[in-house]
Design a protein around this ligand. Sequence first.
Ligand SMILES: [Zn+2]
Length: 382
Amino acid sequence: MTESVRNEPRIDPHEILDGIREWVEVETPSADGQAVNVLVDRVQAQVAQLGMTVDRFPGRDGFGDTLRARSPWGGEGPGILVLAHLDTVWDKGTLGRRPFTVDGDRVYGPGIYDMKGGGHLAYYAYRHLVRQGRETPLPITFLFVPEEEVGSPTSRAHIEAAAREARYVLVLEPGRTGNGVVTSRKAWGRFVMTVTGVSAHAGSGHEHGRSAVVELSRQILRIEAMTDYARGITTNVGVIAAGGPGRGNVVPALATAEIDLRAPDEATADEMVGRILALQAIGADVTVTVEGGLNRPPFVRHEGVARLYGLARQAAADLGMDLPETATGGVSDGNFAAALGVPTLDGLGVLGAGAHAEHEHLLFSSLEPRTRLLLRLFESLT
Ligand SMILES: [Zn+2]
C-alpha cells in the first residue's frame, strides 16, 4: 500500500448527512437570535469537544452570537479562516411544512443548501483530521456567523478582524453547477426611498393632494432604468409601501420603497451609489429622500483570489475533479474578506440548488467529494 493510499481519508457521507440533519432541524431565522443561539450552543459544544479554543461574542439588536473556534495546532501566526453562517432565510415553522426529506440523490430541508450543509462539511472535515490524529501546516479558525442573510450587521467586525489575521479565507457557501466554486461577487447596496406628498380627500379635494404613490411610481421606473446588464449593474425595487387598508379614498402623502443595487467593482458601485442618493423629486410639491449605501463591497477576483483558486484547482485535480470558477451577483461574508485583499475562495460548500427557494436541496453525491476537497485544502495550504 502506498503512502498516499494509506493516508486516503475514509469519509462516510451517511454520517455527514446525519450531522447536517441535526443542524437543519434546529430552525434559525436570522432575526430570531434566541433560535439561532440554540444551534450556536450545539455547534459550540461540538467544536469544543474536538479540542478547539472557542470564543463566543454576544449578539446585539436581537441577533444571535458569533462563534469563533481555533485549532490548538499551527501556532499563533496567520492561518486558514473558514466562514460559515448558521442562520437561514426561513421562518420558524418552515420545517413542519417542508421537513428534512431524502428523495434519491436530493435531500431537502430549509437552509440545507444555504448553508448548513457547507458549514457542517467544514466541521466534519476538521473532525476527520482529529479522529485520524492529523494536524495541518496552518492553524484553522472557524467563524460561525448568526445573521449573514440580513447583511451580517453585528458579525461584520468579527469577520473582518479574523480575515485580517488570516492567510487564506475559505467560504462554505453553496457550490455551483458542475462542482463550481465562486471567485467573484458583486457589491451590494441597499437603500430606502421615502416620498412625502400632500394628503387629500380623493373625492372632495383631489386637486389639493399631491400623491406620494404617483411620485414613487415615476421614481421606480427611473431606478429600474439604471439597470445595465452589459456593465453588470442591476437595480431592483423589491418592496413598496403606501396608504393603508381601506384608504383607497385618500390621496396618499407617504410612500416608501426598498432598493437593491448590484455592481461588479468599486468604481461602478461608487458611481451608482452616488446616482441613487442624488435622486430628486420629479413632480411638484413632493419631497424625495434616499438613505442607504453599500452593505457589502465587491468581491473582486484579485491576485490573491486567483492564486488561491489555482491552489484549489490543483488540489481538486489531484483528486480527479474539475473545479470551474463562477462569478455571481449574490453576496456573502466572502465579500468582506476579499475586499481586505485576503486570498478568498467561496462556494466550497455542498452542491445542490434552490437557495432561498422552496425547492432548496443538496445533492447527497456531493458530500464525500466536497469533504475530500476541503480536507485536501486544509492539508495542502501553507
Ligand atoms: Zn448563504
